[in-house]
Design a protein around this ligand. Structure first.
Ligand code: MHO
Length: 290
């Protein structure tokens, strides 16, 4: 034998450790790539969404339960459900849109009972939203859906697949039509279109993920919504989470929060969000390009 036993042992130990590290690194990079579903438009907000934000910003009619602090309740509400990779980003992307009254993230599209993040079964991560169709149309939401991820790349897992879960025949028609149009423009997409089934809300720590990283803003919102469920379901939380996720501008946030929370005129929220050196700094890095 050319190698003394000790040396051999050392060598295989190092090689073994290297192999384990390589496997770990590949696994986590794979996971990150898998859950990161980049917007097809490089993060630029879709035209329709911008128009919706610009033309309607002066007449915000936010929803939410009457009496929990949000502005006037919308006269009609419809629901939309989309899967497009890790749900944190889409929660913020859709939560920022005027006319979207509340959002929640969860698991749907599978058959197993009571899925959880670590026991997903055959479900997928999805974002669900209630919206006022007199302010934002389902077609507008579909535009945001298509532009917020890359439906042409084969999903690496069922957890992160691309899917539209329609709630009625009209949504089904519009979804099928829009997929056809996208395919005509960019080629095959992997997006599945299915009837909406039971939606299981994800764990609290996944709801309004970016907002959860900012206890100061969270505490400020708790003054209006002491119960966590009301807070998560509020339009104000959807918007603040949206801004923190890099959507929209500081000026818009300032204006809108005062409209959404008329009783308190937004309290300290707009300043905490947009105060000197805060949101502006983030604006330059992330939100400014979106
Ligand atoms: N790999 C991501 C996934 C989160 S998302 C809720 C992460 O842990 O950062 O699937």
């Amino acid at each position: 034998m050319a190698f003394p036993p000790q040396k051999l042992k050392g060598l295989s130990g190092t090689t073994g450790r290297r192999l384990i590290w390589t496997a770990l690194v590949l696994f986590s990079v794979g996971g990150a790539i898998c859950s990161f579903n980049p917007p097809a438009d490089n993060g630029r907000p879709p035209m329709k969404e911008e128009q919706a934000m610009n033309t309607q910003s002066e007449e915000v009619r936010a929803g939410g339960e009457i009496g929990t602090g949000d502005g006037a309740a919308p006269s009609q509400i419809e629901t939309a459900t989309f899967a497009l990779g890790c749900f944190w980003g889409p929660d913020a992307r859709f939560g920022r849109i005027k006319g979207v009254v509340r959002t929640r993230v969860g698991y749907t599209g599978g058959t197993t009972e009571n899925p959880t993040y670590h026991g997903l079964g055959d479900h997928s991560e999805a974002v669900e939203m209630d919206y006022d169709p007199s302010v934002v149309s389902y077609s507008d939401l579909l535009d945001v859906f298509w532009k917020s991820h890359n439906p042409g790349s084969r999903p690496c897992s069922r957890q992160y697949r691309s899917a539209i879960f329609y709630h009625n025949e009209e949504q089904k028609r519009l979804a099928l039509e829009s997929r056809k149009a996208v395919e005509a423009g960019t080629g095959k997409v992997y997006t599945e279109i299915e009837p909406a089934g039971r939606f299981y809300r994800a764990e609290d720590y996944h709801q309004k993920y970016y907002l959860r990283q900012r206890p100061d803003l969270l505490n400020e919102l708790r003054k209006t919504y002491p119960r966590d469920r009301d807070l998560v379901d509020s339009t104000a939380a959807a918007r603040v989470n949206g801004y923190l996720g890099g959507n929209g501008s500081c000026a818009l946030a300032h204006r809108e929060l005062k409209d959404i929370l008329p009783q308190t005129a937004g309290g300290k929220l707009p300043d905490l969000l947009c105060g000197p050196g805060r949101y502006e700094a983030e604006d330059a890095g992330r939100a400014g390009t979106r």
